[in-house]
Design a protein around this ligand. Structure first.
Ligand code: URA
Length: 237
């Protein structure tokens, strides 16, 4: 690829900024000063330095966000703030997108990446990637609800859900639960509870496959996945 594109992609500003950088003789390719913005480089083989510091080529980014309520899981929206608006320029120029959707009022784990292949694998219905949610429910959740979710319940559009696992954490007028599902129908957790006559009043995603929400992340914060998290996600999902 062209050196100006490479440096711009690696966060050295716009093509125009990079041109200025090149003119200042700050950029070397394999030890040789390069001033021509059109010069082609092998991003995986050439040693490219800026002010003597090697620039590693990174194609994909993988971020974990603790999605706050009131923000849309999309790359752009006419009216509302999106999860992409919460990112810094350094991450945004990689053009990441959310892997799947959380409702506007849902909080918790959201993976953002520009790796379409991994996103596709995580979202493919054939892969049955488990997602665990914590929820507060208006009403008393019962063991019978757990049995019903295990067998599959019929949603308002006639769809029968796949096996899901309910753990009741606290029971009362308002209950606390964790629910693990392996599919991702629209508003699935809310609609599953509706099918047993109850209402979800708070919903937060805790995990997706092997990836767990980092409890250190405040609402709206994000961080890069560790190598271990990424390898586990790629290998085991
Ligand atoms: N199920 C829902 O109802 N909403 C979400 O955001 C995610 C799962």
């Amino acid at each position: 690829m062209r050196i100006d594109k490479f440096l711009s992609n690696m966060g050295f500003g716009s093509r125009k900024d990079v041109k200025v950088l090149l003119k200042s003789k700050a950029v070397e390719v394999n030890g040789e000063i390069v001033r021509d913005a059109k010069r082609h480089v092998d991003e995986n083989g050439d040693v490219i330095t800026v002010d003597g510091e090697a620039v590693e080529y990174v194609e994909f980014i993988y971020l974990m966000m603790n999605k706050p309520p009131g923000v849309i899981s999309a790359t752009e929206d006419k009216y509302d703030e999106t999860v992409i608006d919460l990112l810094g320029d350094e991450e945004r120029h990689f053009e990441p997108f959310p892997v799947g959707r959380l409702d506007k009022d849902t909080e918790g784990l959201l993976l953002l990446t520009n790796d379409g292949k991994l996103a596709h694998e995580l979202l493919s219905p054939k892969k049955h990637v488990a997602k665990t949610y914590y929820a507060r429910i208006d009403g008393r959740v019962t063991e019978e609800d757990g049995v019903a979710f295990r067998k599959g319940v019929i949603l308002d559009d006639g769809y029968q859900t796949k096996e899901a696992f309910l753990e009741i954490l606290r029971n009362g007028e308002e209950s606390e639960i964790e629910l693990t599902i392996t599919e991702g129908k629209f508003h699935q957790v809310k609609r599953m509870f509706e099918s047993v006559g109850k209402t979800v009043v708070y919903l937060k995603r805790l995990s997706m496959g092997s990836l767990q929400l980092d409890p250190e992340l405040e609402l709206g914060e994000y961080r890069y996945l560790t190598d271990e998290e990424l390898n586990n996600l790629k290998e085991k999902k």
